[in-house]
Design a protein. Structure first.
Length: 229
């Protein structure tokens, strides 16, 4: 497999790799699939956020021992989370759990057309941009796209394009599994993009050539029990 772009990071966490192996299994139930996606997302969120966030100091507080201590915050502070419908919804709670402050969640609905494998947008609830009092017209400092699988890369590419057009300067894409072809396509889409994935499979195949092999199957169908639709 060719080297991946420099802005792609693949997790080496042993627990993540073990849980991904469980997710791959054809014997894993829908209930187990949902739990595993959440647990994998927690591990990925911890690693990925540690890569893109920094710590700042904002004043002082007093501990239970009566001693002063510095208040630390994660930076940047203006973050939005963008799950790709449907399956990206399964990753949302993990990120909201780890982030120290509540953040907006904006949904993008994208599906892959069966014959061309090209992404089609059917839902977009990104708000109209309103410049904050500081005069900074960026809608946020960091947007985090979550989608469990990057196969052909078309959906991730389209989501990145949409957020760039919205005015986001820095984008983090987090996925449990990707193909080498797909993650490379997404990584080369625009400047200011970082991609963090749990693992990379070499082959794209299956029905129509758009599924990762060995992969995890259609994770959306598995999560929402719509297999055979």
């Amino acid at each position: 497999m060719s080297p991946l772009p420099a802005n792609v990071t693949v997790s080496q966490h042993p627990c993540l790799q073990a849980k991904l192996s469980q997710l791959r299994s054809n014997s894993t139930s829908t209930r187990e699939t949902k739990s595993l996606v959440h647990e994998l997302s927690l591990l990925l969120a911890s690693e990925a956020l540690g890569k893109v966030l920094t710590v700042t100091t904002a004043g002082e507080d007093v501990s239970h021992m009566g001693a002063p201590f510095p208040i630390t915050k994660a930076s940047p502070g203006r973050i939005v989370l963008v799950p790709i419908l449907r399956s990206g919804l399964a990753m949302v709670d993990a990120f909201l759990t780890l982030l120290p402050e509540p953040i907006p969640v904006h949904h993008l609905g994208l599906f892959r057309e069966r014959t061309t494998l090209q992404p089609v947008e059917y839902y977009n609830n990104l708000p109209t941009r309103v410049a904050p009092p500081s005069g900074d017209d960026k809608p946020c400092d960091l947007a985090i796209i979550v989608d469990p699988v990057i196969a052909t890369g078309g959906t991730a590419e389209a989501a990145i394009q949409t957020l760039k057009e919205w005015g986001v300067p820095k984008i983090l894409v987090v996925s449990i599994l990707s193909s080498a072809e797909g993650v490379t396509r997404a990584a080369n889409e625009a400047e200011g993009v970082e991609i963090f994935v749990g693992a990379v499979d070499k082959e794209l195949g299956g029905s129509g050539g758009g599924m990762i092999v060995p992969g995890v199957g259609d994770i959306g169908d598995r999560l929402f029990l719509t297999i055979g639709k």
